[in-house]
Design a protein around this ligand. Structure first.
Ligand SMILES: *Cc1c(COP(=O)(O)O)cnc(C)c1O
Length: 378
């Protein structure tokens, strides 16, 4: 029997990626600029649809860092960040010498709770400093409550930096994730819904902001025949080789979304009859998730098994799963920063599990997963 590893989320090539990469070699555009970079940006702009401008960068983390720079976040500023996320959402705040202020999630979307957000803003203002920006995340592909979060942000005139690293192709009320914030970050890391092996992008509604992002990402060179600099620059541009992979991946993005959503339906069907396990789903028809990862929650009152027992059991079957993100306010490095909210994200971390969700899982992979579940839950 084939017992090869079933991954949580692995790269899934469509077939045309190597042609774009070969073209880059043929024309010697082996550099952090070239026709694949601009072509990939155009593809993303068309996909997002909403009169946006995209700067292709070396990673999602670089996009978040440049996003904070462009929002003028400086040393000593405070930046609000969803606590329930990957550390890359929060690290760039510290790169800037700014202070992260963490906020809990809401139960329906698992993303930043609009009430706790407002409470945090009011308290920070009362303590003397208005937060400079809000980092809200569409975690696991699920859109945050865009209406409620933007209402709070607008009320206090604080810009939103949307962390859309996991949500390419998700939408809220028909509008794409990555087009709601003042700025948004995308990621094309190896485990994301499409990959350039490593890469990211910054999305803006203004062309001049994109130009500024590209300027900063290419060492902030002033216009001069020699190398002259009036600002600190970064080496954050995407390579023309990686962008070639991205152009190929854009041709299969819609197919990947449908396949990830089919994995989610597969788990929904399996757990339908099981009392005590809930598959994380969209709260209502305003939300459309790409279901980057399918996640389940154990109701510990109804089921006498833990997510960690399931994870370890599946490991013996060579099937990868992972606990949900450990909240940032519980991380050793971030513990010292303020936190607003209750125990929503802590409980999610304690009771949840991410299941294999790749667009490349086969019929036989699914059989193996079902057989392992049957054996575990019998
Ligand atoms: C992947 C990810 C990032 C970082 O993207 P990289 O391209 O890996 O730097 C940021 N935020 C979230 C929520 C992510 O999942």
């Amino acid at each position: 029997m084939n017992n090869s590893k079933i991954w949580l989320s692995s790269p899934h090539m469509g077939g045309t990626e190597q042609q774009f990469v070969q073209e880059a070699f043929n024309t010697n555009w082996v550099a952090p600029l070239g026709p694949n970079v601009s072509g990939f940006e155009k593809d993303l702009e068309n996909f997002l649809g909403n009169e946006v401008f995209v700067a292709a960068l070396s990673s999602g983390t670089a996009a978040l860092h440049l996003g904070l720079l462009l929002l003028d976040v400086k040393a000593g500023d405070e930046v609000i960040c969803q606590s329930f996320t990957f550390s890359a959402s929060a690290n760039p705040i510290v790169y800037q010498g700014a202070i992260p202020i963490f906020v809990d999630s809401e139960p329906s979307t698992w993303n930043i709770c609009p009430k706790a957000l407002e409470e945090a803003i009011l308290d920070r203002i009362a303590k003397g400093k208005k937060p400079k920006a809000i980092i809200a995340v569409h975690l696991y592909g699920m859109p945050f409550d865009v209406d409620a979060v933007l209402e709070v942000a607008n009320k206090f005139s604080i810009p939103v930096l949307e962390d859309s690293a996991e949500s390419l192709g998700s939408h809220f009320k028909g509008k794409m994730c990555g087009t709601f914030g003042t700025l948004a970050a995308l990621s094309f890391n190896g485990n994301k819904i499409i990959t350039t092996s490593s890469g990211g992008a910054l999305v803006s509604s203004e062309e001049k902001v994109k130009e500024k992002a590209v300027f900063l990402a290419t060492q902030a060179r002033d216009v001069a025949p020699h190398y002259q600099h009036s600002e600190i620059g970064y080496n954050y541009r995407l390579s023309n080789i990686s962008a070639g992979i991205g152009r190929g991946q854009m041709q299969v993005l819609n197919d990947h979304i449908l396949k990830r959503r089919a994995m989610h339906s597969f788990y929904t069907d399996y757990f339908q009859k099981m009392d005590g396990i809930a598959v994380f789903k969209e709260p209502n028809e305003n939300y459309y998730s790409n279901h980057w990862l399918s996640c389940i929650i154990f109701d510990v009152k109804k089921i006498n098994k833990s997510p960690d027992e399931l994870r370890l059991f599946l490991e013996t079957k060579n099937i990868e799963t992972r606990p949900l993100w450990k909240p940032m306010h519980l991380q050793p490095i971030f513990k010292k920063y303020p936190y607003y909210g209750g125990f929503v994200c802590e409980n999610l971390f304690a009771t949840g599990l991410c299941l294999p969700s790749g667009s490349n899982l086969t019929y036989f992979d699914k059989e193996r997963i079902i057989n392992a579940f049957d054996e575990f839950f019998k």
